[in-house]
Design a protein. Structure first.
Length: 94
C-alpha cells in the first residue's frame, strides 16, 4: 500500500470514529446549514457574541457570524456548535 493510500485510509478511519469532517481534523472549519432553522459549525473554539439576533463563533482561521431571530446555541461540545432559530444569514470574517 502506498503512502498516500495509507494516509487516506487513516483519515477515513478517524472521520468515521470521531464523527468529524476531514477539514476539522486539521484545524479547519466545517459549516452546515439546514434550511433556515439550524447551523452546525465544526472546529469551533468559542463564542464571541451571543444575543437573540446575532451569534458569532471563533474558529481557528475565521469568525462565523450567524444572524437571524430567536437564535440560541442548543449544543456546544467537542468543538461543534449547533445554532437554532430563524437563520437570516451566515457571514465569514477574519
Amino acid at each position: 500500500m502506498r503512502n498516500k493510500e495509507k494516509k487516506e485510509n487513516l483519515l477515513e478511519t478517524l472521520t468515521k470514529k470521531y464523527g468529524v469532517q476531514k477539514e476539522t481534523l486539521f484545524g479547519g472549519t466545517h459549516v452546515e446549514i439546514s434550511s433556515n432553522a439550524e447551523v452546525i459549525v465544526e472546529g469551533c473554539l468559542g463564542v464571541l457574541e451571543y444575543s437573540d439576533d446575532v451569534i458569532s463563533l471563533n474558529t481557528p482561521k475565521l469568525t462565523v457570524r450567524i444572524t437571524g431571530a430567536d437564535l440560541s446555541i442548543i449544543s456546544f461540545q467537542n468543538g461543534q456548535a449547533v445554532v437554532s432559530g430563524v437563520i437570516a444569514g451566515v457571514d465569514f470574517g477574519n
